[in-house]
Design a protein. Structure first.
Length: 162
């Protein structure tokens, strides 16, 4: 019962908001700009998270590469000493380490793809700055002057055509 009451209240508030925004288009525009700005902030926060995760994966890869090098040497030493049981177990461990390395590379690649996607979204969504009110008035004056000049030019052409 209370969930239904809450859902009804939520729908009514949403309807009232839509009515208000329909009556005040400037407020709708302001709300949309704020929502987009918040989305941009979320994208930027995620980019920071991705950078930190990528650094962790790089450190993990560096550590794994050292371990892999060490275990390769151990496998070679055990094989050259003809201790096949130890060499086989060391080789299995080396295989697991290499699997972890592949996983780390894949994770790093996925982070890179997400980073590129988010950066493209950030670049695509960046709106040009709104002109200052004085610039709008100046542009109107320029457009009006161009209109009048065009009108006068058309009038001169009509006179010459007669």
């Amino acid at each position: 019962m209370s969930a239904s009451w809450f859902d009804d209240l939520s729908r009514e508030l949403e309807r009232q908001l839509e009515v208000f925004l329909d009556d005040h288009p400037s407020q709708r525009e302001l709300l949309e700009r704020e929502e987009e700005a918040e989305a941009q902030r979320r994208r930027q926060r995620r980019l920071l998270e991705i950078a930190a995760a990528a650094d962790r994966e790089r450190q993990r890869l560096l550590s794994l590469s050292g371990e892999i090098r060490q275990w390769r040497e151990r496998v070679d030493r055990a094989r050259s000493a003809a201790v096949t049981d130890l060499a086989d177990r060391a080789e299995e461990h080396l295989g697991r380490l290499m699997g972890q390395g592949r996983e780390a590379w894949q994770a790093l690649a996925a982070l890179g793809e997400e980073d590129a996607r988010l950066r493209a979204e950030l670049n695509r969504c960046e709106a040009p700055p709104e002109p200052a009110p004085a610039a709008v008035g100046d542009q109107l004056e320029q457009d009006w002057a161009a209109f009048e000049a065009d009108q006068e030019l058309q009038e001169l052409r009509r006179r010459q055509a007669r």
